[in-house]
Design a protein around this ligand. Structure first.
Ligand code: OSB
Ligand code: MG
Length: 378
């Protein structure tokens, strides 16, 4: 494949509901979309970098610059046989994995279209449907949270994940467990706790009573060692999110015993090639994985659905219906979840959801096109 043009654009979309985590509140998203053109086809990628460098060190504006100045020119000067060629092409650039993933994933999308097969198949997917959970942000009151959980369970979601932080944790879990003793329930701290704080350690140790499916990234975002110490002290499985950047991290963490479940986010790990490699590492350790979410539009969501169809994505992911996030999504059809809490993996060529180009145009606040021939990297 010779990519002829790469279009970068930023769209802005208000979230249907504000999303609060231990690191802050998000009310609207600034989202970078990538469109690539080759041989009469167009394919899309979504950059999951946030508005601020709070979840990871990347952010929308850094991702834009790195894509524009470094990554897109490299792709436009190369011939690639598949998305698997992108990591080597981008290797000189350190980090910036969310920026790399947006471009690499668009190449996979293009490859699937050219071959006339579903993206899920191209990635090695085997599932016809994927199990879905929801990630529920910190709410203004416990009553609001209870109402939200009731609504999501009624919609069919198979697992409830609660964002937590000191002060919005043990009391909340107790209340939820009292009303729903048996649901699949997990929590995500986004690194809000420290082993240096005895009150934090005592709190986490007390959570075994709540029979949580997992505790996601309780400690530092870049740590394996202290998560292993914590995992030895509790029965509940620790799930790692932020600290797993690549397959070597996955091996290090699983060898150390830092956790017993992995959340794979294709943006966080730099693209589908690395996501598949981490999936395979986890499988070789007998560890289950699930697909995380980053408040994506339908384009990133379609890519997450395809990835979730791989065999070792055996736990419900944070891949939920479009309407949980957006009054109106930018794809057609929107992503819907069945009453039994599943999403059907598309069987049509490529990502399986069309983009609503007019709507994307209207939401665009800046755009830039780079073409083969006039692009120089660095
Ligand atoms: O840690 O999984 C996370 C959203 C933004 C940043 C980090 C996380 C999340 C979520 C939301 O939990 C998942 C989703 O529904 O997209
Ligand atoms: Mg997380």
């Amino acid at each position: 494949m010779k990519i002829e043009a790469i279009h970068l654009r930023e769209i802005q979309m208000p979230l249907a509901h504000p999303f609060e985590t231990s690191f802050g509140v998000t009310t609207g998203r600034r989202i970078l979309l990538i469109e690539i053109e080759a041989d009469g086809l167009t394919a899309w990628g979504e950059c999951v970098a946030g508005e601020h460098p709070y979840f990871s060190d990347e952010q929308v504006d850094t991702a834009w610059i790195i894509m524009e100045k470094e990554l897109a020119p490299r792709l436009l000067n190369a011939t690639v046989a598949s998305g698997r060629d992108c990591p080597a092409l981008f290797e000189q650039v350190r980090g910036h994995r969310m920026a790399k993933a947006a471009l690499e994933n668009a190449v996979w999308d293009l490859d699937a279209q050219q071959q006339g097969i579903p993206l899920a198949k191209l990635l090695g997917g085997t599932r016809e449907t994927i199990p879905c959970g929801v990630s529920i942000g910190i709410q203004a009151t416990p009553e609001k949270l209870m109402d939200t959980i009731a609504k999501e369970l009624a919609a069919g979601y198979q697992r409830i994940k609660l964002k937590c932080k000191p002060g919005w944790d043990s009391n909340i879990f107790a209340m939820v467990r009292e009303r729903w003793p048996d649901i699949l329930l997990s929590c995500d701290a986004n690194s809000a706790y420290s082993l240096d704080n005895p009150a934090h350690v005592a709190a986490i140790e007390s959570w075994d009573q709540f029979k949580l499916l997992m505790i996601e990234q309780p400690l530092w975002y870049d740590d394996f060692f202290f998560h292993a110490e914590l995992q030895r002290r509790i029965k509940t499985d620790i799930c790692l999110d932020e600290c797993i950047r690549n397959r070597r991290d996955a091996i290090a963490a699983l060898e150390l015993g830092s956790g017993r479940i992995l959340n794979i986010k294709v943006g966080r790990v730099g693209g589908f090639t690395e996501a598949i490699a981490i999936h395979d590492v986890a499988h070789s350790f007998g560890i289950a994985v699930w697909c995380g979410g980053m408040l994506e539009t339908g384009i990133g969501r379609a890519h997450n659905i395809a990835l979730s169809s791989l065999p070792n994505f055996s736990l419900p992911g944070d891949v939920s219906a479009s309407k949980r996030y957006w009054a109106q999504d930018i794809i057609e059809p929107e992503v819907i979840v069945s009453p039994s809490g599943t999403i059907t993996v598309p069987t049509t060529p490529g990502r399986g959801f069309d983009v609503q180009r007019d709507r994307i145009e209207r939401l665009t606040v800046r755009s830039r096109t780079l073409r083969r021939g006039d692009a120089v990297a660095g």
